[in-house]
Design a protein around this ligand. Structure first.
Ligand code: MLC
Ligand code: AMP
Length: 491
């Protein structure tokens, strides 16, 4: 039996999920997931790694759907709730998912896509009416999940993890960060990425803890929940801590004192998915009494390097390799380096299996001796890893989301008024980086309508916030656009 389900059975009558203000026990979630599995297994005893896409609101239905797909032997493909149709279409086309589960709110958006790709579309509340039946035996080596992540190719790639990968990712964190059944976490992160799915939801539920959900991030609501005094574990991207600090600073002295007192009672606060500015770390410590635990991870790996739970949490560093995760730093030829910066390469049960249907991309992302090449550059200083940057200027991290400059450029070039363009990430304390585009135009262009045009085609967080119109893109002698020169144009 899948270990995730086995773990949940140990905590049957305890509260697992709080969503929409209502508590659901582990038994409740298990029953719902069994009903969803039975629905998926109407015509077969085992889905045998069929991808099942789902667009379900955070909360009990989300967890039941994820577990239901796993229990039926399918591959879970969570869709982003804020993506416009073309971005959803890419995932549906690429996975070839013939089954889609949804919450009512998203069915309008999904009906035409399901029609186009001949996929069945079912509301999870209808799927739950099925009679529960026995689960097939699903080996840990089987594919469990596909998450889409941007890279140096144009469109996002599907990262395939097996049950064994996920179990390794979860178990390592539960131990390193001392999760217990007494914990109560708050999830405000999107649930189509590892940060939310693995670090918050799956670790909570593996440990027998409670996981409370808000529909999305809102600083005032987060503080309201904290003030109840139940949540003791919180994990977020640096932008969220920045926004919480800004909201705290706008409160009255009395409110600030109450919120700070609630924060001080918490057990653990973690930051990751992007570099945590030291200024944010220090300000948060002054407000909450917590020295944020910064860690480093990736969709392909789950978490790989972490500051210690006990011991020094060093500002600007991501810490030391997690248990069970092998890390080395290498030069361009994949030779190990020491005492100088190198690419982080990773090996371990946590490392993903493959990019979905992209054997060439998979092959290129591993060294000949089986290490995954992250593309992140780090240096070890007094035993702690410090991330220095990435080896591709075309990967941007904004608000914790990984964004491909190339994808945005491809879309911009299809606009009739745009001759050519270059997209870059500009440093920003709140967002990490903000996306900016230099445009070489054919004719005059209204930037407000360009923004709207883009929002219909790419997810909102990938839409450039800054534009500059220029006559000529800076190029080198070979005719290649020089991105560092493009960045200077925005100064
Ligand atoms: C939104 N806005 C931005 C922006 N995104 N501005 C600049 N840059 C961006 N990237 C603007 C909007 O236009 C809007 O402005 C305003 O901010 C509010 O928009 P929103 O969409 O409501 O934003 P908000 O809900 O506040 O979202 C911010 C956020 C969100 C930080 C909560 O981005 C988020 O959930 N990020 C987490 C992503 C994540 O989980 N990554 C993990 C990947 S896994 P206006 O003017 O229109 O009001 C991974 C591995 C690992 O990385 O290590 O974990
Ligand atoms: P994603 O592909 O969305 O999973 O993003 C993974 C990338 O996020 C990594 O390759 C890093 O570039 C970045 N990242 C994650 N955690 C950190 C961190 N603590 N500091 C700096 N970068 C980070």
């Amino acid at each position: 039996m899948l270990q995730v389900i086995d773990q949940a059975r140990k905590h049957g009558r305890q509260v697992a999920v709080i969503s929409g203000g209502r508590p659901y026990t582990y038994d409740d979630v298990l029953e719902r997931s069994s009903q969803i599995a039975s629905f998926l297994l109407r015509d077969t005893g085992d889905l045998r790694e069929v991808p099942v896409a789902f667009m379900v609101n955070p909360g009990v239905d989300y967890v039941a759907t994820l577990w239901g797909i796993w229990r039926a032997g399918g591959i879970a493909v969570p869709l982003c709730l804020s993506h416009p149709a073309p971005a959803l279409e890419h995932v549906l086309r690429d996975t070839g998912a013939s089954i889609i589960l949804t919450s009512a709110a998203f069915s309008g958006l999904l009906v035409p896509l399901a029609d186009k790709y001949h996929a069945s579309l079912t509301d999870v509340s209808d799927a739950r009416r099925e009679q529960a039946q026995d689960d097939p035996d699903v080996a840990a080596s089987r594919r469990a999940m596909i998450l889409y992540t941007s890279g140096t190719t144009n469109l996002p790639k599907g990262v395939v993890t097996t049950h064994r990968n996920l179990e390794a990712q979860i178990k390592t964190l539960v131990k390193a960060w001392r999760w217990t059944p007494q914990d109560h976490s708050l999830c405000v992160l999107p649930l189509h990425h590892v940060h939310g799915i693995i670090n918050v939801v799956s670790c909570s539920l593996w440990a027998g803890a409670r996981c409370e959900f808000l529909p999305d991030f809102n600083a005032a609501e987060v503080f309201q929940v904290f003030l109840r005094g139940e949540v003791n574990v919180f994990m977020a991207v640096p932008t969220i801590y920045f926004k919480l600090i800004a909201a705290w600073e706008k409160m009255t002295a009395g409110e600030q004192e109450r919120v700070s007192a609630a924060l001080r009672r918490m057990r653990l606060m973690v930051s990751g998915s992007a570099a945590l500015p030291v200024s944010v770390m220090e300000r948060w410590q002054a407000i909450s009494g917590h020295r944020l635990l910064e860690r480093y991870g990736m969709t392909e790996l789950g978490m790989a390097i972490s500051n210690p739970y006990d011991g020094e949490r060093r500002p600007g560093s991501v810490g030391i390799p997690l248990e069970g995760v092998d890390i080395r730093l290498c030069d361009e030829k994949d030779h190990g380096v020491s005492g100088e910066p190198g690419e982080i390469q990773v090996r371990g049960d946590n490392v993903f299996l493959e990019y979905w249907c992209q054997p060439e991309a998979t092959r290129k992302s591993f060294t000949g001796d089986g290490w995954f090449k992250t593309g992140d550059i780090a240096v070890v200083e007094d035993g702690y890893y410090r991330i220095m940057g990435r080896n591709s200027v075309d990967i941007i991290k904004s608000g914790g989301y990984k964004i491909s400059a190339l994808e945005i450029e491809e879309v911009l070039r299809t606009h009739p008024s745009i001759q050519d363009c270059a997209v870059v990430g500009l440093e920003d304390e709140e967002w990490g980086e903000v996306v900016a585009a230099a445009l070489h135009v054919r004719q005059e262009l209204d930037l407000a309508s360009l923004r709207n045009w883009l929002k219909d085609r790419i997810p909102g967080y990938r839409v450039p916030r800054k534009f500059i119109v220029i006559h000529e893109l800076p190029r080198n002698a070979m005719g290649k656009v020089v991105k560092n020169e493009v960045k200077k144009l925005f100064q």
